[in-house]
Design a binder for this molecule. Structure first.
Ligand SMILES: C[S@@+](CC[C@H](N)C(=O)[O-])C[C@H]1O[C@@H](n2cnc3c(N)ncnc32)[C@H](O)[C@@H]1O
Length: 211
């Protein structure tokens, strides 16, 4: 496993990107000993459950160069770090309300030589900057998430699919997404393996909520 798994689904990775992805194993291994950002069990499947899962967003949306993307509640850097490796010309801002987690993000970003990542210790609701897309995984329910995002989007449209939110979610979302206009992409259509059977990307375009 490891980078061969990524190459299976992203065959156009450059040599530099492959090296960056392969460095993540040791970097997260070392940092996880000091600050727990990934469960011990999940560390064994880092490339599938964290890195490839994060890259599921790239199967749904190709971010154009110059796009600004915010990762809310990034924890140890998911989905932001894998996406920043995949899209080196896109600007990623990763925010988390726990400072120790942001230290890990900074160390990992530096360790793989990422120039397109800014890590912020703070609460997403308080952030004033504007972005084209927001990505996230496992932070809060969609109705609350949408409340945090009021006014956070840029008017420019870099992509024919408009600005919006790409949220990695799992399981039955009927109740959580009731009344929210969104598109749901099943990751099992892109990636093999039981882990992806219930995993989805929920896309709420900016036009579909009041921001
Ligand atoms: C379950 S973790 C998920 C971390 C990461 N997204 C992942 O999937 O591995 C949720 C994270 O959201 C952060 N968080 C919760 N509410 C937040 C807020 N209002 N602003 C910024 N971060 C927040 C927490 O500190 C925590 O690190």
């Amino acid at each position: 496993m490891s980078t061969s798994l990524l190459l299976k689904y992203f065959p156009d990775l450059t040599e530099n990107q492959i090296q960056q992805f392969s460095k993540l194993q040791n970097l997260y291994g070392e940092w996880n000993e000091k600050i727990n950002v990934i469960s011990r069990k999940d560390m064994e499947s880092l490339y599938e459950k964290h890195i490839l899962h994060s890259l599921g967003i790239a199967k749904v949306m190709e971010f154009a160069p110059g796009t600004r993307v915010l990762d809310i509640g990034t924890g140890g850097g998911f989905p932001g770090i894998p996406l920043a490796i995949l899209f080196p010309e896109v600007e990623f801002t990763l925010i988390d309300s726990i400072g120790k987690k942001i230290s890990v993000v900074n160390a990992v970003a530096e360790g793989v030589g990422l120039k397109n990542v800014t890590a912020i210790h703070g609460r997403a609701e308080k952030l004033k900057e504007k972005f084209h897309f927001v990505v996230s995984r496992a932070v809060t329910q969609m109705p609350e998430f949408l409340r945090w995002l009021k006014g956070k989007f840029d008017k420019e449209q870099f992509n024919p699919k408009h600005n919006g939110i790409l949220y990695l979610k799992g399981g039955d979302l009927a109740e959580e997404l009731a009344g929210i206009k969104c598109e749901i992409y099943n990751l099992k259509n892109y990636f093999e393996g039981e882990f992806f059977d219930t995993k989805k990307v929920v896309y709420v375009s900016k036009g579909n909520f009041n921001s």
